[in-house]
Design a protein around this ligand. Structure first.
Ligand SMILES: [Zn+2]
Length: 343
């Protein structure tokens, strides 16, 4: 089978499109014929060794996989060849205290697909059967590959780690990003009023089309005052944040009393400071969110099947073009998701 392998880290890294032996499923695993795999910021971190995790090379990256079951390993039940599936990228053990109560995102033995073992930039990939989620009939492979990772991350933030009251004000940072575009749609679907941000006119326009009633530029001075004005001085009840650094700090300036910031990323900086006086006087919350539980991924696909959650797809590219697509993602020229096809 063909696989795009990362041979050396760098910006850009060194990739090679190789012919490799077909993967064989171990106990409890299946081999999935990859039909589409989404491109994510996580792939950039893998490429440039930007994760606090040891990565063994060569590696086949790719963490947002949609495809069809091809071969079953020993002990696998409930699946057959040809079943259409999405694959949960945080491979959970199914046995630790968190997995046993359905909190797979907190698994003590988590393995990241496409980071710590070979992923979906290939024609085939072996994964544990417990990581499979059945694709609803009317959700196609590209939709799944463009939605399941970022979309389920947003679903976890908005429905599992926090809740959204109908009529609440929700601020979604970077509304044209994968997480942001899903978060706008989910917040709207839950009855919230949404304010978002975007760094270009195109991105702000997209966030508006997805349902944000106001979209601001984080580079504009006084944007947090603008949020307070739009919300009639109330501030936002919930802020969905995934940039970190100075952005996370500034988000607190537009947060209401009893408001919550939920954050799942730090692409703009891992460290920040927080003025604790307004934080406790206004009785606010800062909540971390990581990955997704199996239930979040199922909910994401159900929303997609119902037409309530639609991915924004920038383009689909063949495997050989994936390194160039990563460069586009790094340069922030992408509007929505890039999907890699194993052709
Ligand atoms: Zn576990």
């Amino acid at each position: 089978m063909k696989a795009l392998q990362l041979l050396a880290h760098g910006t850009p890294g060194t990739f090679d499109l190789r012919d490799l032996p077909d993967p064989q499923p171990s106990d409890g695993e299946v081999v999935v014929a990859v039909r589409a795999c989404g491109l994510n910021h996580l792939d950039l971190w893998v490429e440039q060794a930007g994760l606090p995790i040891e990565i063994k090379l060569p590696l086949t990256p790719g963490c947002e996989i949609a495809g069809e079951v091809l071969r079953l390993g020993p002990g696998v039940t409930g699946w057959k060849s040809g079943d259409r599936v999405a694959v949960q990228s945080n491979l959970f053990c199914g046995a630790c205290e968190y997995c046993r109560r359905g909190q797979e995102s907190m698994c003590l033995n988590n393995v990241m697909l496409g980071v710590q073992r070979d992923g979906g930039f290939a024609e085939q990939v072996a994964v544990p059967a417990r990581a499979l989620v059945r694709l609803p009939d009317n959700v196609d492979f590209n939709t799944s590959a463009a939605l399941t990772l970022a979309g389920s991350t947003a679903m976890h933030m908005l429905t599992t780690r926090t809740t959204v009251r109908p009529g609440a004000w929700v601020l979604v940072i970077a509304g044209a990003s994968g997480v942001g575009s899903a978060a706008i749609q989910i917040a709207r679907g839950l009855g919230a009023r949404v304010i978002s941000t975007g760094s270009t006119a195109e991105k702000r326009d997209l966030a508006q089309r997805l349902g944000a009633e106001a979209v601001l530029d984080l580079a504009a001075p006084g944007w947090t005052a603008e949020v307070r004005k739009i919300t009639g001085k109330h501030g936002v009840d919930l802020a969905v944040e995934h940039v970190g650094g100075a952005v996370l700090k500034s988000v607190f300036n537009c947060l209401s009393r009893d408001g919550t910031v939920v954050t799942c990323g730090a692409t703009g900086g891992r460290e920040t400071t927080l003025d604790l006086w307004p934080f406790f006087v206004k009785q606010q919350r800062l909540i971390g969110s990581y990955g997704r539980d199996a239930a979040d991924l199922k909910a994401t696909l159900d929303w997609a099947a119902q037409g309530r959650l639609k991915p924004v797809i920038d383009r689909a590219v063949p495997l050989a073009e994936a390194p160039r697509a990563l460069a586009r993602l790094r340069s922030r020229q992408v509007l929505g998701k890039i999907v890699v096809l194993p052709t």
